[in-house]
Design a protein. Structure first.
Length: 561
């Protein structure tokens, strides 16, 4: 820990930990945990919790456990377990030998449940779930005691053991904590601890047919692992009194639970349930669709771990939920890729250019800088020939006053190459421009005129003779509104806000030949176009590139218009 950092500049979580260390509350040690439920893929909201828990442990010389909260076998699987482990490692964190599962503790949790029964603090209730809900009361009215609340210890133990033995169907009984049906906090009104589930568990198989609830499992799992600070998001603040009650009732090690604000982003949804609906409904192409906020989707899109960690640091840790504009994440991505991504030239909407005074059989290699932000990245050689591809948007036959790119009679610079002048325009039978005839000034090799004349535009290009064909996928926001969870009325489906232009495919773009050797996951800046990543769909025969992010916030510009 950096003791020179003032308490005012530290977030409230670290201030609490500082005070706990000073007071001796945690015996001079720090241990945190990240406890995902393996019922889906991680999204960027989880990344904030990962960064906070692992980051705090590293900062204070402590340890972080990875523990899977696998108490709901209907929705959990080993597939999700492995994906979560992979995503955490990709972010740059490692739990070492501290991999745990709530299911590791099922025997101990069961013993503690019997202890609570013997202490008169738990009972078997035979009401249906609907009856239990109806009996909880309201925030302003007390609940009603279950008619089974007065069962004897012996009867409760007998029924609970028979539940464990599989004698009863699902829904016949539950085990409830005996707290107070008039408690002002409704969660404390005899909450459910165990329910019957005749479902195979991904780790324990058919050993168990009763499974503990999250509220009963979480605090005791933290206790068994000697966690000092149970750091979780604000929706669990309401559960903290129950967390504390179980630890105190059992007389076990009692970690401190601290809640912080979630990471929410505009232009997307962060609910696991809604993400699952998008995947299963075919609105996206799987959990790793680059339009999703899942870590797998972001990775496939080309987002870097460093960019995500930077975002988590920027949004900070507070007690107030807020929504972060997607542009903050995009800026983090740009800042990282600007330093690390090598530059290449690519043409997405090509128009052919013929240099009429350049020999047909001649070609040459021109030196191009790989990354102006990183001198150690060096240079590469780019082939140049008589016929080139330029972006169609870089030419206008009848340009407005402030259009400085190529036009009839106008001269521009080709990046790393020469000055060229447009002399003639070729049209097809429909009047569409299909080819430009230009002349090249051979004295301007490297992009500088010996007579000192200047041009107002520098264009990227690709040699048509050497170009590599590729598919390019242009991804944009998944939704067309900033807050897609908010609908005008209850009759409106939140999916009605899906952006129909969130994916545009360019089936044949032309790239400089050095990109033929690019491997899946490699990231580049296509000059003047944005940052792109090689997709896993790529093959030796056909490269596929995903647009990670534009060079600037195109959506912000569009909103201003």
């Amino acid at each position: 820990m950096n003791d020179s950092t003032s308490s005012e500049s530290r977030d409230f979580v670290r201030q609490i930990i500082d005070e706990d260390l000073r007071s001796g509350r945690c015996d001079g040690r720090i241990r945190t945990r990240f406890p995902p439920e393996p019922n889906g893929y991680l999204h960027i909201g989880h990344a904030k919790s990962i960064c906070l828990n692992f980051g705090i442990a590293e900062e204070y010389g402590g340890l972080t456990n990875l523990r899977f909260d696998d108490t709901n076998p209907e929705t959990e699987s080993s597939e999700y377990v492995e994906s979560i482990k992979e995503d955490i490692r990709w972010l740059g964190f490692d739990w070492g030998d501290r991999l745990y599962f709530a299911s590791d503790y099922f025997d101990q949790l069961y013993e503690w449940a019997e202890q609570l029964i013997r202490d008169g603090r738990a009972y078997v209730c035979s009401l249906s779930l609907e009856e239990i809900r109806a009996g909880r009361g309201t925030p302003s009215e007390p609940g009603t005691d279950s008619p089974y609340r007065s069962r004897s210890v012996e009867e409760n133990l007998d029924l609970f053991r028979r539940m464990k033995a599989g004698e009863f169907p699902e829904g016949a009984h539950v085990l409830r904590a005996k707290i107070d049906m008039a408690h002002p906090h409704m969660l404390m009104r005899d909450p459910i601890m165990y329910r019957i589930r005749h479902v195979e568990h991904h780790r324990t198989g058919r050993k168990w047919c009763i499974y503990p609830t999250y509220d009963y499992t979480h605090g005791q799992s933290d206790s068994l692992e000697k966690i000092t600070h149970s750091i979780c998001t604000l929706e669990f603040e309401n559960h903290r009194p129950l967390y504390d009650w179980f630890c105190e009732a059992l007389g076990i090690h009692h970690p401190r639970q601290i809640e912080f604000n979630r990471l929410n982003l505009t232009w997307t949804v962060m609910s696991k349930r809604r993400l699952l609906e998008l995947v299963e409904g075919g609105h996206v192409n799987g959990w790793d669709d680059p339009r999703l906020p899942t870590l797998r989707g972001l990775r496939r899109r080309g987002c870097t771990p460093a960019a995500i960690r930077s975002l988590c640091a920027r949004v900070g840790v507070t007690k107030h939920n807020a929504v972060t504009d997607m542009v903050v994440l995009e800026n983090c991505i740009r800042e990282d890729l600007n330093k690390t991504a090598e530059r290449r030239m690519a043409v997405l909407d090509p128009i052919r250019v013929v240099l009429t005074n350049y020999p047909e059989d001649q070609e040459e290699l021109l030196e191009a800088v790989n990354n102006p932000e990183d001198e150690s990245a060096g240079t590469r050689m780019v082939p140049f020939s008589r016929e080139l591809w330029l972006e169609r948007d870089d030419f206008m036959e009848d340009p407005p006053k402030k259009f400085f790119r190529l036009a009839p009679g106008r001269e521009v610079r080709l990046r790393y190459a020469y000055f060229i002048r447009c002399e003639n325009v070729v049209h097809d039978s429909d009047g569409r421009v299909i080819e430009l005839h230009c002349t090249v000034d051979p004295d301007t090799r490297g992009g500088t005129a010996p007579d000192g004349r200047r041009v107002k535009a520098t264009l990227h290009w690709v040699s048509a003779r050497h170009a590599v064909s590729a598919e390019v996928r242009l991804y944009d926001h998944l939704f067309s509104v900033e807050h897609p969870d908010e609908v005008a009325d209850e009759s409106q489906d939140w999916k009605s806000n899906l952006n129909p232009d969130s994916l545009r495919v360019v089936p044949e773009a032309w790239l400089e030949p050095s990109l033929a050797d690019a491997m899946p996951g490699d990231r580049f800046q296509f000059e003047r176009l944005g940052y792109f990543c090689v997709d896993p769909d790529s093959s030796d025969e056909k490269k596929v590139f995903n647009r990670t992010v534009t060079l600037r916030d195109a959506w912000a510009r569009a909103r201003k218009k």
